[in-house]
Design a protein around this ligand. Structure first.
Ligand code: BES
Ligand code: ZN
Ligand code: ZN
Length: 494
């Protein structure tokens, strides 16, 4: 899809679909819609007064062969309450427009940025949303219809920032949009395809293209280093575990002056629970238990192209958690890479085990700030539903910055506490720590476990288990992996 921009006399734009955002209050006062209504000979008023179209957020109404326009179709798009319209909504509208266009096989599409000046940010978000909406989950469909691709999306505007700024916004939006879709592709892959080895191979291939140095630590190396909590999780599977490390080429010099940011993503390519096996209902969703790792790969792909000032390293412990005669068992004690011993009470609390070693390894690489992202606990979904991801940690400045960015990233974060008192739940009788507490505060005790391995390094933990997957369907995206976290991480670091 090519994304372009031009001044917006929408009457003159010859395209397959012209999208025209409408705010809720305009359906009542109507006067701002009068010019369009006049041109289309009353078509707009007619669909609004008949209630065929209500400009609630995300509602759409298509008018075929509208009078007075050169466009083949006019798409009215509900923009909701004007006072609640934040930049992230523009991203969603762009996604809706692209999806509607695809469903009607419209190739040439124009989106009128009404009342919103086309700034660098606005153009970036529109581009991101367009690519997000364009993404389909169809690679395993052998009998599908013809691909219906939007070939060109034109952003029409009344007012715009400097041309350079808009061009740069679009360029950046395409980079983050593609990186988010890349993460979605990985998280949607079934686990028979995306094994830990395949995960590492994809990382290497992507790194080669994007200019990242990718190193894969193999099982023997992990054994030599003593990464036993990572190895313990992988032991039940025939697929050997890997630790994937990604660096941006050319950043070596910068490290002395500023902290190295380590992005650590949980990469469990399938989580059966291991010996503490999960119920079979919805177990198939656990192919996406590497969504945190996918977000780190996506973020690194984008950052490689955005040349951030901050130095970044990505780490992804990749394993498959299965039961077998070799699998780790409840009650087993293992010594982590950091040296702390862990009693594994529940083999289904495997994410924190692999992250523990990856986090400790990040510290040996000199990380001055650790950000981990993981589908870590079912409890976070119970606490926050599918709207906000949980954020916890010790680096309050970074947490505040991440939360401030939410209105732009569209990825909502809600902070949970980390008081010392929660530590008690993971005290072990036999080892330094055990890997689960009781059910109370499950997302917090999971983070407390990670904190044992972070120690004094400034740290942020993102628990994305409630938001990594969309089963309900949203009008601006296909169902499946959401790619949550790519935009949050990129926005923080670029
Ligand atoms: N991968 C799961 C968490 C999860 C649950 C992700 C639902 C996405 C949707 C994690 O490894 C897990 O199984 N956690 C356990 C921890 C428990 C044993 C303390 C959980 O949340 O039940
Ligand atoms: Zn688990
Ligand atoms: Zn898991």
């Amino acid at each position: 899809m090519r994304i372009d921009f031009q001044p917006g006399d929408y009457r003159e734009v010859a395209c397959d679909l012209l999208a025209y955002p409408v705010f809720e209050d305009e359906a009542k006062t109507f006067s701002p819609l009068e010019p369009l209504n006049r041109i289309t000979r009353g078509a707009v008023k007619s669909v609004i007064s008949s209630r065929e179209f209500k400009p609630d957020l995300h509602q759409i109404c298509r008018i075929c062969k509208p009078a007075g326009l050169k466009a083949r179709n006019l798409l009215l798009v509900g923009a909701g309450n004007r006072s609640k319209f934040d930049p992230a909504k523009l991203r969603e509208l762009a996604g809706i427009v692209v999806r509607s266009a695809k469903s009607r096989a419209c190739k040439n599409v124009a989106l009128l940025c009404r009342g919103i000046p086309l700034t660098g940010l606005a153009s970036r978000l529109a581009a991101e949303g367009a690519l997000y909406g364009d993404y389909e989950l169809d690679i395993y469909k052998t009998r599908d219809n013809e691909p219906r691709n939007v070939e060109i999306l034109q952003l029409l505007f009344d007012r715009r920032a400097a041309r350079k700024e808009v061009e740069e916004g679009i360029r950046r939006g395409i980079i983050t949009g593609e990186a988010t879709n890349y993460a979605r592709t990985l998280a949607n892959e079934p686990s028979n395809i995306l094994t830990p080895a395949q995960f590492a191979e994809r990382a290497a291939a992507m790194g080669e293209q994007a200019g990242l140095a990718v190193q894969v630590l193999e099982r023997e190396e992990l054994e030599r280093l003593g990464m036993n909590t990572l190895l313990a999780v992988g032991r039940g599977s025939d697929e050997p575990p890997k630790l994937i490390v990604l660096r941006i080429k050319g950043q070596e010099k910068r490290r002395a002056r500023q902290p190295l940011y380590a992005l650590v993503g949980k990469g469990v390519t399938f989580d059966s629970g291991g010996i503490s096996i999960k119920p079979s209902e919805k177990m198939e969703e656990m192919k996406g238990d590497m969504a945190g790792g996918a977000a780190v790969l996506g973020a690194m792909l984008a950052l490689a192209q955005l040349h951030p000032r901050r130095a970044v390293v990505g780490l992804i412990p990749a394993v498959e958690n299965l039961p077998s005669g070799k699998a780790v068992k409840p009650g087993d004690v293992v010594k982590s890479y950091l040296g702390k011993t862990v009693e594994i009470i529940n083999t289904d609390a495997e994410g924190r085990l692999i992250l523990a070693d990856a986090i400790a390894y990040a510290r040996t690489l000199g990380a001055g700030c650790i950000i981990d992202i993981a589908t870590l606990t079912g409890a976070i979904g119970i606490a926050l539903g599918h709207v906000n991801a949980g954020v916890l940690g010790t680096d309050q400045r970074t947490i505040d910055r991440l939360r401030r960015n939410c209105s732009v990233t569209g990825e909502k974060l809600w902070q949970l506490p980390l008081d010392d008192e929660y530590r008690k739940a993971i005290r072990s009788e036999i080892a330094d720590i055990k890997n689960v507490g009781n059910r109370a505060g499950g997302a917090i005790t999971a983070a407390k476990f990670l904190q044992e391995f972070v120690e004094d390094v400034p740290w942020v933990h993102l628990d994305i288990a409630g938001v990594d997957l969309d089963n309900d369907g949203r009008p601006f995206a296909c169902k499946g992996a959401t790619g949550f976290g790519v935009r949050t991480l990129v926005n923080l670091l670029e």
